[in-house]
Design a protein around this ligand. Structure first.
Ligand code: 6PG
Length: 255
């Protein structure tokens, strides 16, 4: 492990969500003040709904230079963007429709493309065009927001998808996920682990076992848990939990 994650345990899910909202706000403001811009990748699923609604509300968004943010996505389902299951569609409805983000700076994944692999390659080219590369040649996003599934998946990197997990060159891949019976497009570990900040928001008792395995499992066991492979090379990993998700790891609020 490059460095220990910053683990934050809040009592309630709404407290964890508020912590992440303020953290994202400070990351965006710092990125813009230091570098004039912020490159962010947002996650899908249900956990971030409340986060996006909070960010879209007046309290936080008013002080954030959203017009200087490029919005990418951590992963996408193989559905059209107007499908109820689309991550982009969810982020558009709960967040982007309420922020002064430049529409040209929003980069949805075309995971419903006829050739999803070509679309993944095109998404990588977009990331490389928009986000500056770090010395190692990999674009260093300022923040990547991730969730965690009960099986330890993150973005659309799932257990038993060894090819996507082992991908060491591509920054974006599309792959068939046996557990879902569907294809997904996802950022890969090289891009995720090149980020300045990775923020994992994980709430609910159904995630407790996965969190315990990520934080306490053996090195051998952790190799097969995608969320445990998130280990930024130079950046910081924030693992923000509520008490229910932290319980399996023996962590309590205020940890
Ligand atoms: C997705 C997400 C996925 C999500 C986890 C947790 O497309 O579903 O990108 O990685 O973060 O599955 O999902 P919940 O927040 O719904 O528990």
């Amino acid at each position: 492990m490059n460095r220990q994650p910053k683990v934050v345990v809040e009592n309630l899910p709404e407290d964890a969500t508020l912590f992440v909202a303020n953290l994202l706000k400070s990351i965006v403001c710092e990125s813009v003040s230091r570098r004039g811009h912020c490159h962010a990748a947002l996650s899908g699923g249900t956990t971030p709904h409340a986060l996006y609604q909070l960010l879209a509300g007046g309290a936080l968004s008013g002080e954030v230079p959203w017009d200087k943010v490029d919005v990418f996505f951590s992963d996408e389902r193989d559905v059209p963007h107007d499908d109820i299951h689309s991550n982009f569609g969810m982020v558009q409805r709960t967040l982007l429709d309420y922020l002064p983000v430049n529409p040209g700076n929003v980069h949805p994944m075309a995971a419903d493309a006829e050739d999803i692999h070509a679309a993944a390659d095109q998404y990588e080219r977009t990331i490389r065009r928009v986000a500056p590369a770090a010395p190692g040649g990999i674009p260093q996003l300022d923040v990547i927001l991730l969730g965690m599934g009960g099986d330890g998946h993150t973005a659309s990197l799932f257990p038993c998808t060894p090819e996507a997990l082992a991908e060491g060159g591509k920054l974006v891949v599309a792959h068939f996920v046996p557990a879902l019976g569907r294809s997904r497009m996802t950022l890969t570990l090289p891009l995720i682990n090149a980020a300045r900040n990775v923020v994992m928001l994980v709430t609910g008792a159904d995630k407790a076992d996965a969190v315990a395995a990520v934080l306490g499992g053996s090195e051998e066991a952790r190799k097969d848990i995608p969320a445990a492979r998130v280990d930024p090379t130079d950046g910081v990993l924030f693992l923000v939990l509520d008490a229910a998700a932290a319980k399996g790891a023996g962590l309590r609020p205020g940890a």
